[in-house]
Design a protein around this ligand. Structure first.
Ligand SMILES: Cc1ncc(COP(=O)(O)O)c(C=O)c1O
Length: 400
């Protein structure tokens, strides 16, 4: 009999997988299902990036590369950090992995002892907590109120810190809430960090380039240089350049941490894909217009979805600053009954009702540690979004 390792025991099957599994089954039965669950841009990888990959293959770049990134890609990342963030990392302070997810995995594997605590504001990308659990650490989930823009409040942060706190994990703009931290939003949290020198800071900036209106992106290591020696700034090409399948993520941080992360990588994937690394250089060094154009398209879709959701009685939706998700409240619908007499007791019930009754797959907020909400990914066509919002409104109206 197969027996999984005990380190997997605390990691359940995510709600996201459950809802997407159900959506897939219904689709297979021939039902008309609109899936608003995917976490990737619907655009294609830009042509100049694909061309760079083809050239790299033809030039023989098809072998193992340097362990945590080619010097050429690290140089492009160094330039990116300087250009976009005003951060000056040496090449020995930069690491490249198979996606930001592997960067996170390496960092946690390289630093956590059993029982070490990692503060994770909720709603959060579930991967953060699952990696911590897999490494024997303890995720300390700290709810972030909608009234505070789903951002971590300094007083809640202070309260969560113990002598066992190893890291705090921040993500801006956020998956799932789309909330982002401005320089002013970060300041009180940085003050807390300065007062607690044993706490390290991991920031996930993967949605950096998907920001709207006049919001100005900020990243903590640039705002507070004295925190640089205990900060890991994570980013990647997946979201900005529609390169989720190429699997390239990277980070900048103190060289001792970067070296420890390389040890983890050396015994897992050896190095990131040689061809994808060449493609990532073209993405980072390439024209910024394409990223801006796509961002405008996302913004139009955000506006469409937020406006439509806010028209639904019982649903409220904050305007997110970035990423391609809305995180709408459905508290006004909890306690109501479906046409066939089922009571909606939670956001999971509401998500399942939407899927079964009108064929729209959304992810319940409880899957991200904050209820009652539901997440919509609007990285899909305008016509699908319009139809999905029409169906959600219809389903909500039918509740009594
Ligand atoms: C907040 C966040 N960080 C990181 C990632 C993973 O990115 P990558 O494709 O670089 O592993 C995702 C993917 O959904 C994400 O939402």
């Amino acid at each position: 009999m197969f027996r999984p390792a005990s380190r997997l025991a605390p990691i359940g099957v995510s709600e996201i997988l459950k809802i997407t599994g159900l959506a897939t089954n219904l689709k297979r039965e021939g039902k008309d299902i609109i899936v608003l669950g995917t976490g990737e841009p619907d655009f294609d990888t830009p042509d100049h990036v694909k061309d760079a990959a083809k050239r790299a293959m033809d030039a023989g770049a098809t072998k193992y590369t340097a362990l945590d990134g080619t010097p050429e890609l690290k140089a492009a990342i160094r330039l990116k950090f300087m250009r976009d963030n005003g951060l000056d990392f040496g090449l020995d302070e930069i690491t490249v992995s198979a996606g930001a997810k592997q960067v996170l995995f390496n960092a946690m594997a390289a630093t956590l002892e059993a029982g070490d605590e990692v503060i994770i504001p909720t709603p959060y990308w579930v991967t953060y907590a699952d990696i911590v659990l897999m490494m024997g650490g303890k995720p300390v989930l700290v709810p972030c109120r909608e009234s505070n823009g789903f951002r971590l409040a300094a007083e809640d942060f202070v309260r969560a810190i113990t002598p066992r706190t190893r890291w705090v994990m921040l993500n801006s703009p956020s998956n799932p809430s789309g909330a982002a931290y401005s320089e002013a939003d970060y300041r009180p949290l940085l003050d807390v960090l300065m007062a607690h020198p044993h706490v390290w800071l991991m920031v996930d900036d993967i949605y950096e380039h998907i920001i709207y209106d006049s919001f100005r992106f900020a990243t903590p290591a640039a705002l507070e240089p004295s925190l640089r020696e205990r900060s890991l700034t994570i980013n990647g090409v997946s979201k900005a350049y529609a390169m989720t399948g190429w699997r390239i993520g990277y980070a900048g941080g103190p060289s001792a941490l970067i070296r420890a992360m390389a040890i983890v990588q050396s015994q897992s994937t050896s190095c990131p894909s040689s061809i994808s690394q060449a493609a990532a250089i073209a993405a980072l060094d390439g024209p910024a217009e394409i990223v801006r154009e796509r961002c405008c398209s996302f913004q139009a879709r955000r506006d469409l979805v937020v406006a439509a959701l806010n028209k639904i009685e019982g649903v409220t939706c904050r305007v997110p600053e970035g990423a391609f998700y809305t995180f709408a409240g459905c508290g006004g619908l909890i306690g109501r009954h479906t046409p066939d007499g089922q009571r909606i007791c939670s956001d999971s019930d509401f998500a399942e009702y939407l899927l079964r009754s009108v064929g729209v797959a959304v992810v319940p907020g409880s899957a991200f540690g904050l209820a009652p909400y539901f997440r919509i990914s609007y990285a899909t066509s305008v016509s699908e979004l319009e139809e999905a919002c029409r169906r959600i409104a219809l389903a909500a109206r039918r509740l009594t």
